[in-house]
Design a binder for this molecule. Structure first.
Ligand code: GLN
Length: 457
């Protein structure tokens, strides 16, 4: 079939089902059909088809998309239309992929449930009484609901991997510096990374081949030669690999099917010829959540200072400058975002800075060191993504602390800059996805995909 047919089928599905899930916040039907036609014409002219020729996809609404509204699901950016594409979006286009729409998310990527969006919550396609995870919940739900085979999200502390886990698809946070962040609305720049979501590990690798390229517009994304990620995933081998199993935390506190999934992953590794060692990460496990929220919120409060109601963003009139700022920001940002800006501003203030932010930076280094030592004796680490199966709706409001604590396993990859895959390992009898997290040394993304593909198989 043609690109146009694929794209039209995808749009039809969204129109038919998305009233149930609310995963898509902007559908770009006309633009998508026009791009699909261009792809078909290029193929008809005999041009070499790109790696994603005619593949429909969606991006999280914090990726800048030229001529298409980009809001971060916040009133602050409502109606904002960027005049450029994020580098990741550009790369997808060059590979022949066709953008169908923008996916729902927690406001400014702050959350784990996709419930704080101004467009309303996304529901989990596997069970509508549960959340799809967050903050890239719309992207994960779009793949799980079969709208698109692949989607893009951003992961600052788990926002690609945890929704992938909750929706029963595969997701990856590449090593920090692997994919350009240019054109992604920042949450916390030293933690943010673009990540692919797909139905299988092979497709994650394909997206990595397309996206992981150096970019002069992002100084943290070097132009070194990347290995072939699809080649690595196609090898799908664990033979001779040293696999570390995380211990030293209360396994009994995990939901039972998630603990069982870890046992299964370990069994597969052993059967495929890997050796297993038990490891502990005492500093990481004790401090990851506190350290992450210090680093992330400090960074977020300074990044989000640019929304002053003047240059762009929601504007409210005031009698003087300070009242105008206050009203614009009070009206433009939702409650969770305001809370995080306040905490972040507080810990960057003299006195608190020395007592909170600086120690957090030091702990971050200790966490990196712990991983450095770990990966001297292991090629991969297995641990959970989330302590719980997909949350029931309403958790962010009812028990935000439990929601924050749920980030204990995902944030470690961002703090240490490591590549990490969220791997679906089937479903419970009730149809809820089970999964494990796999981590590898920094820039060991290819080896990670090779192992992930072997476990998936
Ligand atoms: N749940 C985490 C948070 O609320 C992670 C978010 C993200 O990765 N964008 O900050």
């Amino acid at each position: 079939f043609t690109a146009e047919e694929a794209v039209r089928a995808s749009i039809e599905r969204i129109k038919r089902y998305d009233k149930k899930y609310n995963a898509i916040v902007a559908l770009c039907e006309e633009e998508a059909v026009a791009s699909a036609k261009r792809v078909d014409e290029a193929v008809a002219r005999g041009e070499e088809p790109g790696a994603l020729c005619g593949v429909p996809y969606v991006v999280k609404d914090n990726f800048c998309t030229k001529g298409i509204v980009t809001t971060c699901c916040s009133k602050m950016l409502k109606g904002w239309v960027p005049n450029y594409d994020a580098t990741a979006v550009e790369k997808m286009k060059e590979a022949g992929a066709v953008l169908i729409g923008k996916a729902n998310m927690d406001e400014f990527a702050m959350g784990s449930t996709t419930e704080s969006s101004i467009f309303g919550a996304t529901l989990n396609p596997r069970d509508r009484t549960r959340v799809p995870g967050g903050s890239s919940g719309g992207s994960a739900a779009a793949v799980a609901a079969g709208y698109v085979p692949v989607a893009l999200g951003s992961d600052t502390g788990g926002s690609v991997r945890q929704p992938a886990a909750f929706c029963g698809v595969q997701g990856m946070k590449p090593s920090y510096g692997q994919i350009s962040r240019y054109g992604i609305v920042a949450y916390a720049s030293s933690l943010d990374q673009v990540g692919p979501l797909a139905a299988n590990v092979g497709d994650l690798a394909l997206l990595m081949d397309v996206l992981a390229k150096g970019d002069p517009n992002d100084t943290t994304c070097d132009a070194y030669e990347r290995p072939s990620f699809t080649g690595a995933a196609a090898k799908a081998s664990l033979a001779g690999k040293r696999v570390a199993l995380l211990t030293g935390y209360d396994r009994g506190s995990l939901d039972a099917p998630l603990s069982a999934a870890i046992d299964r992953a370990v069994e597969i590794c052993r059967a495929e010829g890997a050796s297993i060692i038990d490891v502990k990460l005492p500093i990481t496990m004790e401090h990851s959540v506190a350290c992450y929220y210090m680093v992330a919120l400090g960074d977020a409060s300074s990044k989000l200072a640019c929304y002053d109601g003047m240059r762009y963003g929601h504007h409210a009139d005031g009698r003087n400058l300070s009242e105008m700022y206050k009203k614009s920001r009070m009206e433009g940002f939702g409650e969770e975002v305001r809370k995080r800006i306040l905490v972040g501003t507080c810990i960057l203030t003299r006195g608190y800075y020395e007592n909170y932010f600086v120690p957090a930076m030091k702990v971050r280094q200790l966490i990196s060191d712990e991983f450095k030592n770990l990966f001297e004796e292991a090629d991969m680490l297995i641990c959970p993504i989330s302590p719980a199966l997909a949350y029931k709706r309403g958790l962010g409001e009812k028990d935000p602390v439990r929601m924050y604590l749920g980030d204990v396993f995902t944030t470690i990859a961002n703090l240490a800059g490591l590549p990490s895959v969220s791997l679906n390992l089937g479903f419970t009898a009730e149809g809820l996805p089970t999964n494990v997290q796999l981590l590898a040394p920094r820039f060991g993304d290819d080896g990670l995909l090779c192992c992930a593909a072997a476990i998936e198989r």
